[in-house]
Design a protein around this ligand. Sequence first.
Ligand code: NAD
Length: 481
Amino acid sequence: MRTYRNWIDGAWASDSGAMIERHSPAHGALLARFQASGPDHVAAAVTAARRAFDRRGGWPSFPASQRAGLLQKLADLMERDAERLAVIEAEEVGKPIRFARGEVAGSIELTRYAGALAWQISGDVFSHLGDDKLGLVTREPRGVVGMIIPWNFPLVTLFQKLPFALAAGCSVVVKPSELTSGTALEVAALSAEAGFPAGVINIVTGTGSDVGEALTDHPGIDMMSFTGSTAVGKRIAGKAGAALKRVALELGGKAANTVFADADLEAALDGVLFGMILNQGEECCAGSRLLVEQSIARDFVERLVERARKIVVGMPLDERTDIGALIHEQHLEKVLGYIAKGQAEGAQLAIGGDRLRRDGLEKGFFVGPTVLTRVTPAMTVFREEIFGPVLTVTPFDGVEQAVALANDTAFGLANGLWTKDVDKALQVSKRLKSGTVYVNTYLETAPQLPFGGFKQSGIGRENGLDGLLEFTEVKSTFVKL
Ligand code: NAD
C-alpha cells in the first residue's frame, strides 16, 4: 500500500489531514491513500507555481535547450521506472498490464517529442511595414496552467498536456482523478530527480468539488486545461469564460466504426473488437457504435461475436487479460443500466450483458464484451457515452446513410472507416465531423498528430505543434527604427 501527500514546490507536502483510500476495482485490496485536499492546498500550489513562473530568471526564462534537456531527462527516468509506473496504473484503474505498459511508453514518447518541440518555438519578423518600422510576432507562455485529469488514462491524458505546457514555459498545478492519482505523483517525484526547479510542477489530490472547483476559480490560474466528461467540461468552460481565463477541453465521445462491404473484413473484425474492448471500453475514442453495410451485416456480427467469446476478462496484472475491471461499482451499475435500457428500447443482446462473478472475479466490477444488435439512432445506447465494453450495431445502405449515421451524434472525437477503396475512404473521411479519422486501423496514436474534438467533444488540440501552441500567447511588437 502506498501513501502519498501532495507535491508542492518541489517536495512532498508535510501537513497531515484527511485521506482518500483507493481500493482495487478488481480485487478490493487497499492500494493507495491520497491526500483529501481543499482550497488551502490549491492556494499553496498556485503560489508555488506563480513564483516559479513570475520570478526573474524563472521557468519562462530558461532557454529552450534547457527546458528540452530536462524533459529528456524526465523521459529517461520514466523509462527506468516504466514497469513500476505500469503496475501502479494497471492496479489503480483496473486495466490490463499490457495496455498500461503501452500507456507508459506513449507518455514517454510524448515527453521526448514535446522536449524536441521546445527547440522549434519561433516567431515572425515583418520587415515590410515601411523603411522605419519592424514588426515582431513572438510566442510567450500562457502562465500558470491548471490541469484536471480523468481516471481512465491517468498518465497519458496528463502527458498530452504536461510536457507541452512545460516546453512552452508554463508552470502547472495538476489535479489528477481522486481514484487514480498514483502515477501523477510518482512522475512529480521523478521531475525533482530530473532537476526541474521547485514550483514548476505541483500536484494536488482530491475530489472535483473540493480541489477541481477551487483550482478553476483561483485567480492565480491563467489557463484551465481539462480532460473529462462533457458535463464537467461545460461547467469549467462557463467559469473560465466568466473570468476570461483561457480554456482547453478534451471531452467525451461516441465514435463510430464504419465497415463497408469492400473492406478487408479480417482486419476490420480485429479493429472493431479492439475499439470496443480497449481499456474496458472506458475510452473517450472507444469505437462504441458499429455501422456495418447491410449486405455483410449478419455474417460480420456472427464472426465478431465468435471472436468476442475468446476475450479474456481477468485481473489487471495477469498477462493474459484483455479486459480488466470497471473503475467502481456505481460505474458498473451505470454500464449495466445502459445495457438494460438498450434492450428495453428494442435492441437485442448478442453476447455479454451481465456482471461477471465467476471464480476469482467475485470482488471486482467485471463486465465482458457486450454486443447489442438492431440498434437505431433513436435509442439511448446509440446516443450516450456508455464507457464500458459495449458495442451497438446498426446496419446501413450505401455511403450517404453511413455518413449520416456516423455524424448523428452530439460528439465529434473520432471515427473509424474500413474499406479497400481509397477514393471512398478519403471522400467519406472529409465529411465526418470528428477530430480524428482512422482509416483501416483503429486507435493509433502518434505525438506529431494533433488530437481533439469537434462539437461537444472539446475545444482546442493536444499533441503536435498545435498542442504546444495552445499553451502560448501571441505578442506583436512594433519597433520604430
Ligand atoms: P469527470 O468529468 O467526472 O472527471 C474528470 C476530472 O474532473 C476528475 O479529476 C474529477 O475529479 C474532476 N471534476 C469533477 N467534477 C469537477 C468540478 N465540478 N470542477 C472541477 N473538476 C471536477 O470524468 P471521468 O469520469 O474522470 O472521465 C471520463 C470522461 O472523460 C469520459 O467522458 C471520457 O470520454 C472523457 N475523456 C476524454 C478524453 C479526451 O481526450 N477527449 C480522454 C479521456 C477521457
